[in-house]
Design a protein around this ligand. Structure first.
Ligand code: 5GP
Length: 133
């Protein structure tokens, strides 16, 4: 089976700027950063996205993501951050190997990250459909 680009980073077949590694995951700088310190946190075992990762690995990844987010923001004097997971092509996922993005934000960085165009929906009906009992 074809390896993902992240598996090649994990096996050191291609280089990356690795900032953290443990038995279950690895974190490295995004090659095409949206902001200074943009980092990807990736499980060593391949899961495509949130729809197939197991709960234990997901919890470990989210815990490491929180720790690295605090660390990166402190080291780079970032004043905020986005934690992003793109799941599926409709959500613009490009690499089919689970990853969390840590995107640090800085005062006056002028990045437009969140869509300003909003939609209107029947929230009463939606909540009825979505409410879990
Ligand atoms: P996605 O759109 O799948 O959520 O994000 C994939 C991310 O992986 C992108 O931000 C892209 O810049 C990053 N990326 C793709 N190929 C490489 C690579 O070879 N090395 C590194 N460090 N990042 C990569």
């Amino acid at each position: 089976m074809t390896q993902t680009i992240f598996e090649k980073i994990i096996s050191r077949d291609i280089p990356a700027h690795i900032i953290y590694e443990d038995d279950l995951c690895i974190a490295f700088l995004d090659i095409s950063p949206t902001a200074k310190g943009h980092t990807l946190v990736v499980p060593k075992q391949v899961y495509i996205n949130i729809f197939d990762i197991d709960n234990g690995t997901f919890m470990h990844i989210t815990s490491i993501t929180k720790q690295l987010c605090e660390h990166i923001c402190q080291r780079l004097s970032a004043t905020g951050a986005h934690i992003v997971h793109n799941a599926g092509t409709s959500a613009e996922q490009v690499v089919p190997h689970f990853h969390m993005h840590i995107v640090p934000r800085y005062d006056d960085d002028e990045i437009k990250f969140w869509p300003s165009q909003k939609q209107q929906h029947d929230l009463v009906a939606l909540a009825e459909v979505l409410r879990r009992t």
